[in-house]
Write a protein of this length. Structure first.
Length: 306
């Protein structure tokens, strides 16, 4: 079965917090943050549901899809509006959707997990013809804004896509995994803020994403040279660069919004996807690599023929 992404939508809060803004109340600077992360600013102030609804509506409009045509909603988030019900229920109410819906939490690896899950459900007997897949996270709501190690990294945002059965588009391979023994290096307890061992996360992330990408490429029978577009999780430009060097994929094939959004967790890959689309990189037949990693420590990679 062929399944394509028919429409993409994004949403970012209006409030911009620059590195210079952060330097007003903590020991840091624009140069220090950019050199260590590639981040120049981030957006803050959105809620997971409002951003998800805005991005989803834009994706529906771009795909020319009506609410009645959507057979499932998958919302990838680690910052739900409430413990329950699932935030996807609020999305359905706002967009007049009456299909099944659920939240999926694989933190920063959420979008690849969601894409693979939605693809599998669509391919099942009687699977829906169109699925609304959303990544939305209000990371500013769980950041300690006095902690230089985390406050400089995260931002709020959402990205959504409409997936539809079509003669164009194919999931060629995927790789999912988690190393639960590494939970302690990056976590957020209920009602608390993000705790992170930055150096250890960096080291482990490079290893995990490199191994995941290589496993997915090997399974697809595709060499690194054949990859046209890389949509990496937008956590740290140095992690992206290290992964590309190890896999031997030119950085020029990656599409990044990190400088302007920071780490938006489950939203980062669809935000990068929207950037690639704006630049005309997502042409039919192109080999597209999506890869994410995050707390858990979880990772996920999908190799797609666009």
């Amino acid at each position: 079965m062929a399944i394509r992404i028919a429409g993409i939508g994004t949403a970012l809060p209006e409030k911009v917090v620059t590195n210079d803004d952060l330097a007003q109340h903590m020991d840091t600077s624009d140069t220090w943050i950019r050199e260590r992360s590639g981040i120049g600013e981030r957006r803050v102030g959105g809620t997971t549901s409002t951003m998800a609804i805005e991005a989803a509506q834009k994706a529906l409009d771009a795909a020319g899809a009506t609410p009645a045509e959507i057979g499932l909603v998958v919302l990838c988030t680690t910052t739900p509006d409430q413990t329950f019900p699932a935030t996807s229920a609020a999305v359905c109410e706002a967009l007049d959707l009456t299909c099944g819906a659920f939240d999926l939490n694989a933190v920063c690896a959420g979008f690849p997990y969601g894409f693979i899950t939605a693809y599998g459900i669509m391919c099942a007997p009687g699977g829906p013809d169109k699925v609304l897949l959303i990544g939305s996270d209000a990371m500013s709501s769980i950041v300690d804004w006095t902690d230089r190690g985390t406050a400089i990294l995260f931002g709020d945002g959402a990205g959504a896509v409409v997936m539809e059965k079509h003669e164009q588009g194919e999931l060629l391979s995927f790789d999912l995994g988690v190393n639960g023994s590494l939970q302690s290096i990056l976590y957020c307890d209920l009602g608390d803020t993000i705790k992170m061992e930055g150096r250890e996360v960096f080291k482990r992330a490079v290893r995990a994403v490199t191994a995941s990408v290589q496993a997915a490429l090997d399974d697809a029978g595709i060499s690194a040279d054949e990859v046209d577009v890389v949509l990496p999780h937008q956590a740290n430009i140095r992690i992206i660069d290290a992964m590309c060097k190890r896999i031997k994929i030119p950085m020029e094939k990656t599409y990044n919004v990190l400088e302007f959004t920071g780490n938006t967790s489950g939203a980062s890959i669809p935000l990068a996807m929207a950037r690639a689309q704006e630049l005309g990189a997502l042409e039919p037949g192109k080999i597209v690599l999506m890869t994410g990693f995050g707390a858990g420590m979880a990772w996920g990679t999908a190799v797609v023929r666009w």
